[in-house]
Design a protein. Structure first.
Ligand code: UD1
Ligand code: MG
Length: 455
């Protein structure tokens, strides 16, 4: 069978007033990615080769965002919100290009399962003209009900237009639909607005197709697949479900999560087998962790690449551009930004490494700071292989510590240090025998005199 072409039409013109936000609803994020981008990903996973985004509210912001998460998406503006069929027709020019399959999806339904879309497309391939994805919510209130006669789907009735009997139906419209491209415009153009809301309902194409003797089919998806987001409580609910799925996927792929419910992933987190993640770890976008790493509790990691067998945390912060090579260690209360920590190097305690390279096997003492910023520009610190940086040192960039260089504790290093050199950047110690006791006695008698004078 030849591959069928598919256009996904994603409806996202709604304002989403219940989010109470300056940001268009569908740009609110789940796992660090706008919810509409999750919908796009699902469409692509189901084989959509064209994307049409119907926008209205916040059109400019939506256009900009779309170019980021799905370059090449065609955006169509629906000027007035006259209903879901009217919204799909905003993408008329896209539909008219002659795709085999049209997948209609909602931008605010981010947990849609690509498999459910693929099943619907399969029905089109078998000859159906309209496939409705149904589901059984705990309470059907507010959803369109699927009206079946003799096991066949004959109509979808919106809640407001339902009879009392119809309201008892538990099988509801999830919102997603697959429509044969060759019939789509014809069916949509026939939809009227004679209903309780006076809107052009996409759901009416079921009855229209049936009346023309075209095949209409209902499939069933999970409740989560159809979860629509209208407010921030539902956003958090969707995030929770997404995280739960991802944690399970990670564990089944060989990652140990000691307390899975406390670990948060991003949409693009990559994590290798035999990595152990302790409780309360947060992965922001852009993280790649290889196998056999240990991520100790309370670490915060984003935009970082971690090679195999690295040891991170507890309480470590890896910021964008942190690049840890094999067996590197970044310990407690250390922050690494835009820096490479080469093989086996150790940054163990209370340290900031920014805009730097730490050579293989180097040892960075507690409290070391790379002073990378003068308030205007960032500068680079290069620490050579096997170097030893004594505790509580400040390396004022730009500066180079040569291979095997040795920095005395408490140094402020402002000039580069050659290979294997020892550098002190602090005042020489003076020790005065007996002076400590003398000083203490002086202070004690001064304090006694003051107390006496005060009466
Ligand atoms: C819709 C379905 C209903 C289904 C429910 C599932 C219709 C007529 N009803 O109802 O059967 O059970 O979803 O959640 O399709 N939109 C536009 N432009 C418009 C109207 C809507 O872009 O003119 C977008 C909205 O932004 C939203 C989506 O389409 O993303 C669905 O619209 P909404 O108003 O939420 O439809 P429901 O009443 O929930
Ligand atoms: Mg809705």
């Amino acid at each position: 069978m030849t591959k069928r072409s598919c256009l996904s039409v994603i409806l996202a013109a709604g304002e989403g007033t219940r989010m109470k936000s300056a940001l268009p609803k569908v740009l609110h994020q789940i796992a660090g990615l706008p919810m509409v981008a999750h919908v796009v990903k699902a469409a692509q996973a189901a084989g959509a080769d064209g994307l049409a985004l119907v926008i209205g509210h916040g059109a400019e912001e939506m256009r900009k965002a779309a170019q980021k998460f799905a370059p090449g998406t065609e955006c169509y503006v629906q000027e007035k919100r006259l209903g879901t069929a009217h919204a799909v027709l905003a993408a008329r020019d896209g539909i008219a290009k002659g795709y085999d399959d049209i997948l209609v999806m909602f931008g605010d339904t981010p947990l849609i399962d690509p498999a459910a879309l693929a099943v619907a497309r399969g029905k089109l391939a078998e000859g159906a003209a309209v496939v409705v994805i149904g589901f059984r919510p705990p309470s059907p209130t507010g959803y369109g009900r699927l009206i079946e006669k003799n096991g066949r789907l004959v109509a979808i009735r919106e809640e407001k237009d339902c009879s009392e009997d119809e309201k008892k139906i538990g099988f509801c419209n999830a919102g997603m639909m697959a429509v044969a491209g060759k019939h789509a415009l014809d069916l949509l153009d026939t939809v009227g607005n004679q209903n309780a809301k006076g809107e052009f309902y996409l759901t009416d194409i079921v009855e229209i197709a049936g009346a023309r003797g075209l095949e209409v089919v209902a499939t069933e998806a999970s409740f989560e697949s159809a979860l629509g987001i209208n407010n921030r409580a539902e956003l958090a609910e969707a995030e929770g479900i997404w995280q739960q799925r991802r944690r399970r996927e990670a564990m089944l792929s060989g990652v140990t999560l000691i307390a899975p419910e406390t670990v948060y992933f991003s949409h693009d987190t990559e994590i290798g087998a035999d990595t152990v993640v302790e409780p309360n770890v947060w992965f922001g976008p852009g993280v790649r962790i290889a196998s056999g790493a240990k991520i100790h509790a309370f670490s915060h990691i984003e935009g970082a690449t971690v090679a195999s067998n690295c040891d991170i945390g507890p309480f470590a912060r890896l910021r964008p551009g942190a690049d840890l090579k094999v067996k590197a260690k970044v310990g407690n209360f250390c922050e690494v930004k835009q820096a490479t920590i080469e093989e086996g190097a150790k940054v163990n305690h209370l340290t900031y490494i920014g805009d730097a390279r730490v050579g293989a096997g180097a040892n960075i003492g507690a409290g070391t700071i790379t002073c990378n910023y003068d308030g205007y520009s960032k500068f680079f610190t290069d620490i050579g292989e096997g170097a030893f940086i004594g505790s509580n040192s400040s390396l004022v960039a730009p500066v180079t510590i040569g291979k095997g260089g040795y920095i005395a504790s408490g140094s402020v290093i402002t000039e580069s240090v050659p290979e294997d050199a020892l550098a002190f950047g602090r005042a020489r110690q003076r020790t005065l025998p007996g002076k400590g006791k003398e000083l203490r006695e002086r202070f004690a008698s001064a304090a006694a005199a003051k107390k006496k004078a005060a009466g």
